[in-house]
Every structure is written in C-alpha cells, then in structure tokens.
Design a protein around this ligand. Structure first.
Ligand SMILES: [Zn+2]
Length: 247
C-alpha cells in the first residue's frame, strides 16, 4: 500500500513532464506546418521563368531521337528548325516532334545563306521546305531561322513568317564539350531567353538534357518559341526578327 502511494507520488512529475513534452511537440508541429504553408505561398507568388531551347540543322535520326526521348522524360518542349533535305526519309521524326508538343520551323532546304537571294532561289530554300513540312503535318505556320542568323531586308520581305534568332549561343559546333556547353547556358540563362543548339551532335544532346535538369531545379519552365512569346503577350509578325522575350 505504501509502495503504491509512493509510486503514485512519483508518477505525477513524470506525467507533468510527459504532458509538457506533448505541448512542445504540438507547438513545433504547428510552426512547421505554418512554415510549409509560407513556402508554398512564396512558390505560387514567384513569377515563372520561361526559357526556349531551339535546335538547328536536324533532324538526324540517332541524335535527334535520343534528344526527343530525353525531352519527353522531362516534359520539356523545344523548337526544331529543320533542314529540308534531311527531312527526306525522316518524316516520322518530324511527326513525332509535333505529336510530343515540340514546335517545328524552317532552316532552309540545304543550309545556305539567304541574304542576296532572288525570289526563285529564296523559294527553293524556304518555300520548298515549308511545302515539305505542310505535306507531312497538314498545316502551314512555320517559323524561319536563317542559317548563321544572317538576314537583310530582302530576307524579311520574302520570309512570309516571323524570323527567330537567339539570345544564348554556347557555340556547340565548336569543341563539342557537354560540360562547357551546360555551364555556358546555365550561367547565361534568364527569363525569356532563346537558346541556340544543334541536335546533330551527341554532346549537344547531352548538354541540352543536363541544362533542362539544372534549370528545372532553378524553377524554369521550358516552352516552345510560340509559347514563349504568347506568354509575354507579344504577337509574332511575318518578316519581323526576334532574339528573345526578355521582360
Ligand atoms: Zn544551321
């Protein structure tokens, strides 16, 4: 009996400590829930940073196919400026690009400089490729990227579509070093940028997918060129030249 009484006397402080501990834990849990809610609110309020990857000179079956696989895994749409003569026999790749949410543009029939061309020669490069894409995809609204980014008033007058250049150029045709290209693009990345790459080099494909992973981690959303300008309320006009959609 005496023993039970003693045990009961000892139990009171233990109970008090236990209850105090429960209160502290509940308070901490409440605080952390509030912190989570505050973070979520901050995420929603932060404007989304948009960036457009663009790929010239393709399609090339092995490298473009690998790039499409990687972009699909990451849910990242891009824009492909295609060479007409390389479309032949690779029509399935073109259909796959569009089916997977990518945008398609014209990069001439066999990669010539467009400045100084007469109407017939210009059409043999741009309109010929446009008709090929129209036959494959059933529509006719393709952007133009002139090779080497070279244009003049003649090119602008004949284009019959918006001309898209770029604001970030890692020169991926140079040393073909995926580490350097990735670092270049990530360091230059900013909201509204258009990145120039070439899906015909394995190193470019590797760099592009690493860029997507790194910039996803920084809160960037990858979009097509069309989506980029639409999001900014900028109407793309035929013959006009666009380098970026910086705010
Ligand atoms: Zn090119």
């Amino acid at each position: 009996m005496k023993k039970d009484f003693f045990a009961a006397r000892m139990a009171l402080p233990v109970l008090a400590v236990f209850l105090l501990g429960c209160c502290l834990l509940a308070a901490l849990a409440q605080e952390s829930r509030q912190a989570v809610r505050a973070d979520a609110a901050a995420d929603v309020e932060q404007p989304v940073k948009l960036i457009a990857l663009t790929f010239d000179d393709g399609p090339r079956r092995d490298t473009t196919g690998k790039l499409l696989d990687g972009l699909a895994q990451r849910g990242a749409p891009a824009t492909f400026f295609l060479i007409g003569e390389q479309i032949v026999g690779q029509e399935d790749l073109v259909r796959r690009m569009e089916a997977e949410g990518h945008q398609i543009g014209i990069h001439t029939y066999d990669h010539v400089t467009l400045t100084g061309l007469n109407r017939a020669d210009f059409d043999a490069q741009v309109d010929k490729t446009r008709q090929m894409l129209k036959n494959i995809l059933g529509h006719n609204d393709f952007l133009l990227r002139p090779p080497y980014g070279l244009y003049d008033p003649g090119v602008q007058n004949k284009a019959e579509c918006p001309i898209i250049l770029w604001s970030i150029d890692p020169k991926d045709w140079g040393d073909k070093n995926a580490d350097r290209e990735t670092a270049h693009i990530v360091s230059e990345a900013r909201d509204g940028a258009i990145v120039l790459m070439h899906d015909i080099y394995p190193a470019s494909v590797e760099a592009a997918l690493r860029v997507v992973d790194e910039l996803h981690g920084q809160g960037y959303l990858f979009v097509t060129v069309e989506q980029l300008f639409a999001a900014r309320g900028i109407e793309l006009k035929p013959g006009e030249v666009y380098n970026d959609a910086y705010p």
